[in-house]
Design a protein around this ligand. Structure first.
Ligand SMILES: NC(=O)C1=CN([C@@H]2O[C@H](COP(=O)(O)OP(=O)(O)OC[C@H]3O[C@@H](n4cnc5c(N)ncnc54)[C@H](OP(=O)(O)O)[C@@H]3O)[C@@H](O)[C@H]2O)C=CC1
Ligand SMILES: Nc1nc(=O)c2c([nH]1)NC[C@@H]1CN(c3ccc(C(=O)N[C@@H](CCC(=O)O)C(=O)O)cc3)C=[N+]21
Length: 303
């Protein structure tokens, strides 16, 4: 049996369409364009690619993109000063500081400087706390994307309701693992969080109806670790050598061994074309939400 592919690229395009419609309505009814500020420090090539697609898609959705590209040797005080300037700028609705930051900068301090109302990455402790409490707030983009894709996989069976399913989250980072585990609990899943000290990872995986893999280890999760029919959301973005494409060439693979997993899973996200595009679409959706909330406007349903 071969799993159904969960098409993150198509799902993200649909979400961006609703974002574009909401942006157009804000422009027409309220006379403003939501603005997203992206801050990139240094010249990490992967980060440059992500920032470029964020900028392009922000504009495509009819929103304003404000880019700040800073040299690697930017000091922490200058970066925090820029964040504070963006906090105070009424034309800026969302602020994203691309991670990872250069080693000499304390990224916690930078995230803490972001106004929680403009924290479209959902990384500020205030927004992290809101997820823990199950209260509305800005939800981190990748975890949000994972839940949307899991719901998509169960659309036919349960109408997208995830209640009662056993979910295994592999990885416990602040950016992905922890928040996705909390979101799944808020969706009434029974959640297990696994990490590098988990004793029997394979057995934990085999019990799960939903597996979220966010470890950063290329193709770690094998097909025979999965319960037949499981829904597999592969967050991993790993660039590996691809000599078959030519000398020095690389390709992207996930944290799941797609070839064996696709034979056992019921539904699976590909890499690329799975969670990655959802992350950016959710960022744009968060920008609309932040723009409305800050101005006391009703937050539109974005799907
Ligand atoms: N698609 C997207 O939009 C995004 C993709 N990513 C990708 O997702 C992946 C994870 O990212 P991120 O959460 O930031 O990574 P981190 O490196 O911050 O966290 C990795 C987690 O995996 C756990 N882990 C590492 N090795 C093992 C192992 N052998 N067995 C079990 N658990 C292990 C770690 O455990 P411990 O805590 O014990 O150390 C840790 O909790 C990466 O490939 C990244 O590129 C990330 C963000 C967005
Ligand atoms: N403050 C902050 N917020 C983030 O959300 C954040 C970050 N820093 N740092 C790095 C990670 C990584 N990340 C991705 C976004 C899009 C794709 C994406 O669109 N991927 C495409 C392929 C892209 C390619 O070909 O390289 C895909 O999977 O189809 C991947 C990864 C966001 N992150």
């Amino acid at each position: 049996m071969s799993a159904t592919l969960i098409d993150g690229k198509a799902r993200a395009a649909r979400l961006r369409e609703t974002v574009a419609r909401a942006a157009e309505k804000l422009k027409h009814d309220e006379g403003f364009e939501p603005g997203l500020a992206v801050v990139l420090v240094g010249e990490d090539p992967a980060s440059q690619v992500y920032v470029a697609s964020k900028v392009r898609l922000t504009k495509e959705c009819g929103m304003r993109s404000i880019e700040h590209i800073l040299p690697t040797d930017t000091n922490q005080a200058d970066l925090v000063a820029l964040v504070e300037k963006l906090n105070a700028d009424p034309g800026v609705d969302g602020i994203l500081v691309q991670m990872p930051l250069p080693k000499h900068i304390d990224s916690d301090a930078v995230v803490l400087a972001i106004d929680p109302a403009k924290d479209v990455d959902g990384l500020h402790p205030v927004n992290a706390g809101r997820i823990v409490l199950g209260k509305p707030g800005l939800v981190p983009c990748t975890p949000q994307g994972c839940v949307i894709l899991a719901k998509e996989a169960f659309a036919d069976k349960t109408g997208g309701d995830l209640s009662g399913f056993d979910a295994l989250v592999l990885g416990r980072s602040i950016l992905v693992g922890k928040p996705v585990a909390l979101l799944l609990q808020n969706e009434n899943c029974t959640v297990t969080m696994a990490h590098s000290r988990t004793r029997d990872l394979e057995a934990a995986c085999r019990r799960a109806d939903i597996v979220i893999a966010a470890v950063g280890r290329p193709r770690m999760v094998k097909g025979d670790w999965l319960k037949p029919g499981a829904c597999v959301i592969d967050v991993g973005i790993n660039r590996v050598p691809a000599p078959e494409k030519g000398e020095g060439k690389t390709r992207l693979v996930g944290d799941v061994d797609f070839e064996t997993a696709v034979e056992v899973a019921g539904a699976i996200t590909p890499v690329p074309g799975g969670v990655g595009p959802m992350t950016i679409a959710c960022l744009l959706a968060n920008t609309i939400r932040a723009a409305c909330k800050r101005r006391g406007l009703a937050i539109p349903e974005l799907g």
